[in-house]
Design a protein around this ligand. Structure first.
Ligand SMILES: *[C@@H]1O[C@H](CO)[C@@H](O)[C@H](O)[C@H]1NC(C)=O
Ligand SMILES: *[C@@H]1O[C@H](CO)[C@@H](O)[C@H](O)[C@H]1NC(C)=O
Ligand SMILES: *[C@@H]1O[C@H](CO)[C@@H](O)[C@H](O)[C@H]1NC(C)=O
Ligand SMILES: *[C@@H]1O[C@H](CO)[C@@H](O)[C@H](O)[C@H]1NC(C)=O
Ligand SMILES: [Cu+2]
Length: 360
């Protein structure tokens, strides 16, 4: 029954999309006319589901596939970034580390991460025989539930990513409020030594094997509200959406991207480390949610938004003191993990080189 409803929903979606495009075809605006809408090439997208919509088996097959990517016998390192990288998961971590100074607080933040996640999802499927799609984590449901973070399904010891680390004292340079952990995640698929973070902290790509730490901060997680999601999406231009999604890197002003990173990673956890955050596999479910919000924003006015990009090439250069804005021809790279592509190729999640969609 739920399956049928999902399919119906997708058909309606496809219909609406086609309808909007045919409506607009008389007077294209902000659309490059050389592009043909390539939905036909992606008739059967893989469908990314919310974590709790997966069965326990499906959740475990996802986390098992992630563990497989970190097993050098099953998924060898190919990135040639350095001797500190020992497996394919490290390659993803290392590519993010090397590019961290160029992919945050820029116009292409959400698009670079879209390509990064899609490549990760493809690798899970091709290298580790994972049959599903990359899941996403709708934090709004958990934050508004009022339940303790430790009880959220995503942090389940058995069917999730495990929970918080035990409390340990430590530096808290950003004054993360009510930090509550900081120690090694004790249970779940990503406890030590089942899961070993190799790179970091920060920009280091040296071999530095250690446990995954988490340091929950409920007040930061509470940044996520339906009102904040609305504020981010209640804009008509891409550059405004992109700016609001990241917002200023300050702890006095809430932002969706930071809520997940610092709500879970706090002061001492990997997830709060802007370079080393992929060391925590929550990275993928959190960033997929941002991508879903982006896609939903695009869909609200597809003719205008499918190919709308903007915002600075250089981090924080919102008034172009240093460099230009991104364009559809702006090229992004993932090292040896995937071909270099212009942003144009990944504007549509159901066309060109991408073929996935979101349920819910
Ligand atoms: C998260 O769930 C809420 C409540 O069901 C829903 O309104 C919202 O659109 C969802 N957000 C995302 C990103 O899926
Ligand atoms: C998960 O395991 C930790 C450590 O053993 C425990 O403190 C916590 O209560 C468990 N979480 C749940 C929801 O049972
Ligand atoms: C959404 O944008 C409109 C038009 O700019 C504005 O009037 C409205 O207050 C905004 N709503 C929110 C919740 O930001
Ligand atoms: C960058 O985009 C902004 C907003 O559209 C625009 O005002 C500005 O002129 C652009 N900067 C450059 C250098 O093109
Ligand atoms: Cu990032």
């Amino acid at each position: 029954m739920a399956q049928t409803a999902g399919i119906t929903q997708k058909l309606i979606l496809l219909f609406l999309t086609t309808f909007l495009i045919s409506q607009s075809s008389g007077a294209p605006q902000n659309i490059n006319p050389s592009y043909s809408y390539a939905f036909t090439s992606c008739a059967k997208p893989i469908v990314r589901k919310e974590w709790r919509r997966l069965s326990v088996d499906e959740r475990q097959s996802y986390t098992k596939a992630v563990l497989c990517l970190a097993n050098p016998k099953k998924a060898a390192s190919i990135s040639e970034i350095g001797p500190g990288l020992r497996n394919r998961y490290d390659d993803f971590h290392g590519v993010h580390t090397l590019q961290t100074p160029n992919i945050h607080w820029v116009g292409h933040f959400i698009l670079w991460h879209r390509y990064f996640i899609a490549t990760f999802e493809k690798t899970l499927r091709e290298v580790c025989n994972y049959r599903g799609a990359q899941p996403y984590w709708n934090w709004t449901i958990d934050v508004t539930s009022g339940r303790d973070m430790i009880e959220w399904p995503i942090f389940n010891n058995h069917s999730g990513f495990g929970g918080n680390g035990p409390y340990v004292d430590g530096d808290n340079p950003f004054d993360i409020p009510e930090r509550s952990g900081g120690g090694c995640v004790p249970r779940g698929p990503f406890n030590y030594p089942d899961w070993v973070v190799h790179l970091g902290p920060g920009p280091s790509i040296d071999y530095n094997p250690r446990c995954l730490k988490r340091d929950f901060s409920r007040p930061i997680m509470n940044w996520v509200t339906p009102g904040l999601v609305h504020w981010v999406t209640n804009v008509t231009r891409y550059e405004d959406f992109a700016f609001r999604l990241e917002n200023l890197p300050v702890f006095t002003s809430p932002n969706l991207h930071g809520a997940g990173h610092f709500g879970v990673g706090g002061a001492l956890g990997e997830f709060g480390d802007v370079y080393a955050s992929p060391g925590d596999p929550l990275f993928w479910v959190h960033h997929s949610t941002l991508d879903k919000i982006f896609w939903r924003w695009q869909q609200e006015d597809l003719p205008k938004r499918l190919f709308d990009v903007g915002g600075p090439v250089v981090p924080f250069d919102y008034s172009n003191q240093v460099g230009p804005n991104i364009t559809l021809e702006f090229v992004i790279k993932l090292g040896k993990l995937a071909p270099e592509i212009p942003l144009r190729d990944i504007m549509n999640i159901r066309g060109g080189i991408l073929c996935y969609d979101y349920e819910g």
